[in-house]
Design a protein around this ligand. Structure first.
Ligand code: ZN
Length: 281
């Protein structure tokens, strides 16, 4: 009895489906067509316009911040000796003297990258809290790009002054630069090899972090050796940065001797030297 009742319902339902299909087939097909077309449109609109496919290789990325152009240039031969190509993140580009501009052009001709470190070295988080994102972009980003273009450089990567950043500002600045650099520091009780974020994995990530290695960073050559070993073993790029290059380093500077030891260490671990833009372009 119960079974018959169910069969009865089944029959009614089947008849309903057949009737529905017969009368609404046009709308069903239209809905299907619409779904297919809109998902294709979403794919076309939002697919990445560029696929990052730099082959993974053990490498180290050395960068310098601010505006110590004369000091960097003075050690041009040291970079050449070890085939190291660095990235120089320039701040206050409108204040560069003609001779500094000439030196930067020489450094670029040697294969170094000339990149942006904002217009007036503002702390992005503090500036945005006071003035908002559009004002930050106008005052610190587009004006820096224009000032650099005026002297013959088009920066394609950017380092945040003070490492101050947020996901919101990253998203905005990724419209202007291929790669952004935040910062990182030595953590007590942790090896450099445990600082995951200073290792680039060639995964198309457009935000990386550099480890400060200036005299005041507390990072030793032994620390770096552990980090370089990880980069070599894992096919990763380790990112380090400094500021000035001085014989008697203090604060935010590094000695040419330490720099040379770092370059030797990179050689020992067969790390190639890459600039920031070479990580992704
Ligand atoms: Zn800086």
């Amino acid at each position: 009895m119960g079974l018959r009742r169910w069969r009865g319902y089944d029959g009614v339902f089947a008849a309903f489906v057949v009737e529905f299909m017969r009368t609404h087939i046009f709308w069903a097909l239209l809905a299907l067509l619409f779904a297919a077309t809109s998902s294709w449109a979403v794919y076309v609109l939002f697919r990445p316009s560029y696929i990052y496919n730099r082959p993974a290789q053990p490498a180290f990325v050395m960068s310098f911040d601010d505006k110590y152009v004369g000091e960097w240039y003075a050690h041009r031969e040291l970079f050449k000796k070890y085939s190291v190509r660095a990235t120089f993140f320039i701040t206050m580009p409108h204040q560069l003297s003609p001779s500094e501009i000439e030196m930067l052009k020489q450094l670029a001709a040697d294969g170094h990258e000339i990149a942006s470190h904002s217009y007036l070295h503002e702390n992005s988080s503090k500036f945005i809290k006071r003035n908002g994102v559009p004002a930050y972009v106008a005052k610190e980003i587009t004006s820096a790009i224009k000032a650099m273009q005026a002297i013959g450089f088009t920066p394609s990567t950017f380092a945040y002054p003070y490492g101050a950043r947020s996901i919101t500002i990253d998203r905005e600045l990724n419209k202007y630069f291929h790669l952004l650099r935040g910062d990182s520091w030595k953590v007590a009780g942790k090896g450099i090899d445990e600082l995951d974020r200073i290792f680039y994995k060639y995964d198309g990530n457009r935000l990386v972090h550099g480890l400060g290695v200036d005299a005041n960073s507390g990072v030793t050559l032994q620390d770096l050796e552990i980090g370089f070993r990880r980069a070599a073993q894992n096919n990763e790029a380790i990112l380090i940065y400094a500021h000035n290059i001085l014989e008697q380093p203090s604060g935010y500077s590094i000695s040419p001797q330490t720099l040379e030891s770092i370059f030797k260490l990179a050689q020992k671990h067969n790390l190639s030297s890459l600039t920031f833009r070479e990580l992704i372009l």
